[in-house]
Ligand binder design. Sequence first.
Ligand code: ADP
Ligand code: MG
Length: 393
Amino acid sequence: MKLDVNALRYLTTDDFRVLTAVEMGMRNHQIVPVVLIERIAKLKHGGTYKVLKNLLKHKLVHHDSSKYDGFRLTYLGYDFLAIKTLVNRGVFVSVGRQIGVGKESDIFEVATEDGTIMAMKLHRLGRVSFRAVKTKRDYLRHRSSFNWLYLSRLAALKEYAFMKALGEHGFPVPNAVECNRHCIIMSLVQGYPLVQVRQLENPDVVFETIIGLVVRLAKYGLIHCDFNEFNIMVDDDEKVTMIDFPQMVSISHRNAQMYFDRDVGCVYKYFGKRLNLSFNDGEKDCDGHDSDNEGSNRPSFSNITKSEGLLDKELAASGFSHKEQDVIDKFMEENTEEMNVDDEDGNDTTLSTDLDSLPLDDLKNAINSITDEEVENDHIVKKMQMLHIYLLR
Ligand code: ADP
Ligand code: MG
């Protein structure tokens, strides 16, 4: 499905105010009652319902009246909030073509004011079922309730934190530029995923580099857990970059050995089968779970000694428990302001939101080229008009 740039181009401040109100309401409601949306949005002249109808038309919210009259954000609505915030911050000015579709993400090119192209990853954890997410990943350990907004935001935040830390420790990863909601902005990796590379000039060198990365990660206390030909990028000079970190775990994870062996096994299997590399032990290992390592150079988990630092402790890689929760809270504190609203039961609930997409003053500051006249016309013009959004689904 191709989605129209016009929706973002012509959304008014009221539209964004109501969209943000729905987002805030979703912190404690799967479906946010209209009365609560009205209360949060506090539109001067009322008219929240009319705005909601407009948002619905653009597929930014979903209407549900099965239990009561309410709305929830769609992924597109969430995308728009993240994109708008990042545009307001001056991180980029336009969104271009889609360059990747992962299991749980969509990747687009974005361009900065000076024309630099970067990559935007939008996490979509709701795409697989909750059960699959829960068994596969560890995000939810200390959380009884969940929603896809929370999960996707957590995945993005975790990936961003890892990308930054790994980059700072000299690992070949994209440069982590910004993070907002479920969205990460990173440098664009030149080259292709290994799976698309037919031939390598020096397959043995590339192989050694890649296996070296798995071992070095483990020395830092980390296991990638999805280290395969889809998440390893290789450029024309056969330089390797690794991507995709939301599932990384600590080497003290109870299944660490299995994950480590699987990562190593994937690399051996791929280079053996697809790139016809033979290994030092003389055997081509294609099954990916051969445990007979004796006499071979294949790295084994038991030989890894954590020597390079304690990145796993720093990042508490295995799921977001209390420590990660603190990170998120801190992150949210830095990025949000508190706002008190009454929920539908009349209880005072503290909700927070990204206010640079809310009041007119903030908006004016953020989009500094916007004129008073344009603001009075209630349209986010100027910079937003520069957006060329081709959101393909
Ligand atoms: P998922 O978690 O959904 O698998 P990935 O992070 O692996 O998502 O990204 C999916 C695809 O998008 C990758 O295989 C790659 O082709 C492309 N991609 C991701 N990040 C970048 C980047 N920084 N630069 C260029 N291409 C990228
Ligand atoms: Mg991937």
